[in-house]
Structure formats: C-alpha cells, structure tokens
Design a protein around this ligand. Sequence first.
Ligand SMILES: [Zn+2]
Length: 297
Amino acid sequence: MKLPTTPDGWAVRVSSLVKAAREIQGLPRFPIDVAAIARDYSRNVFPGEPITLVHGEALGERFEGALAPNPKAKGEWGIIYNSSIKSKGRINFTLAHELGHYLLHRQGEPIFCSKRDMWAWDSEYGAREAEANRFASVLLMPFDDFRVHTETFRRPTLSDFEFLRDRYEVSVTAAILKWLEMTTRRAMLVVSKDGFIDWSWGSTPLFKSGVFFRARQETIAIPERSLAASAQTVPNNSVQHPPGVWHPVESVFESVLFSEYHDMSLSLLIYSGDAIGRSIIEMDDETVPDTFDKFSV
Ligand SMILES: [Zn+2]
C-alpha cells in the first residue's frame, strides 16, 4: 500500500487503523494511546526503523519533547517527552507530535522541540513544526468526532474545553486551537505571562475582521481590567467585558484558565458576531491568511 506523504494523510491512516482495532477489541476509540501505537505501528510499517523507546527524560526548561535515533542500535528510534511535564494531555500531544516528526521528517538527526516550537508558525522550523502539530491534532482529535462534541458551542468557556481535554487526552490549548481552526465564531486564544501577551491565535473570521495582536513583534501588555490581569484573585472565571477592555468598541466575553502551564494564563476571547473594527486593531502584512491557514493545531 502506498504510504501517505502529508500530515493529514498519515493521521487519517493511523487513526482509521486505531479505530478498527478498538472496535474489534470492543474498546472506546478515545483517548488514543500514542505510546502504544508508536511502537506497534512503526514496527509493522517500518520494521527496519522501529520506535523502540517511548519515555520521559529530563530535557530542561526549554524542550517539550524530541525524536532521536538510538545511538546504540542502528535504525532504531526513540520518542521522548519532558519528564517534568505532569499534564497527561500535554504528554500525549507531545508524543503524537514526535510521532508526526517520525513519519514525516526523520532523516537520521535528532529533532528537539521547544515549547515555543510546538506552537510556532514563524520560526525557521515553522513549517516542520506546524506539520507535526497538524498530524497530532488530526490523529488525536479527528474532525468528525470533534465536530459532534463542539457543535453546541455558542459562547464556550475554557471549562467546556476541559471535557475535550479529557476525552482526547490532549492539552486544553490544543483543543482550543482545534476549535479556533473550525469555528465560524470570532474568537481568540491569548496566552499571557507576567502581564504580557506571549502569543495569541484567532479564528479565521476574527482575523479577517482585522482583529489580532502582534505579540511576536512587539511587547503588548494584557488589559488592566481583563481577567487574565486579575490572576487568581478573581473567583469567576468568565465575564462579559464592555467595550474598552479587550477591544476599543466591542464587548468581549473572556474566560480564563491558569492551571495548564503554571506560569502562563490562557484567555479565551469571544467577540461579538458582527465583524466591526477592521483596522482598529492593527493589521500585519506578515500574518497573511496563507500563513494563518498553515498553522492548524
Ligand atoms: Zn517538533
């Protein structure tokens, strides 16, 4: 059988095998156990280059995971996650990301993936990282099932994504980015640290209405009256802000989550349905829709 060459092709191939196997075994389809699949699948399809090691290692602060050849056994590969990560969802997503590198990019050299690379679309490895993320996203959260479980989302809060995190064993961040990829709502995820936006990602309808932040290019403080700025002192984790908080003339619904990355806060922003404010928030020539479409975790 001809082997796939794209992230989607590989993800669909592996996903359909898993689905069939689980049906035969009478087991639920989700969550997908990437560690077991990586070993079995690689041994079956690439017997000369199997993944023989899947484990956690001390990779320091910077790295989330890695794909590496076994220095002692030619042809063998290992996929590694940072053992300091305690979130099962982050570990599973990282393993799927590394399996994506194995299927799409292995060339004999190790690939180390930083936390930033995992969400990067503007690094020198951006295309490769985006492909691995795309593979992981489609494998762990297939569109058909994801759609069924999000079709009632009108004004979701971050708590709604905790259900998806548990169903698919992914990070909340990965589930939100998946939803932002598919939704017709104008919505954005803002990840902030120490009072400043670290990175953000918006849905296509929001982007097309001209609303986004250029946090990679300039330092942007989170709004003083935002929930993200109030940190853990706020008992409610969601609020409808009046205009002037997240947007000059739009009311924005914000929910926050502080737990997933301990030093980061996640804000999910839902803008009003009508696209107003084009050119109120600055446009960025580098973030053209083509680039936007490529990043699809
Ligand atoms: Zn990577």
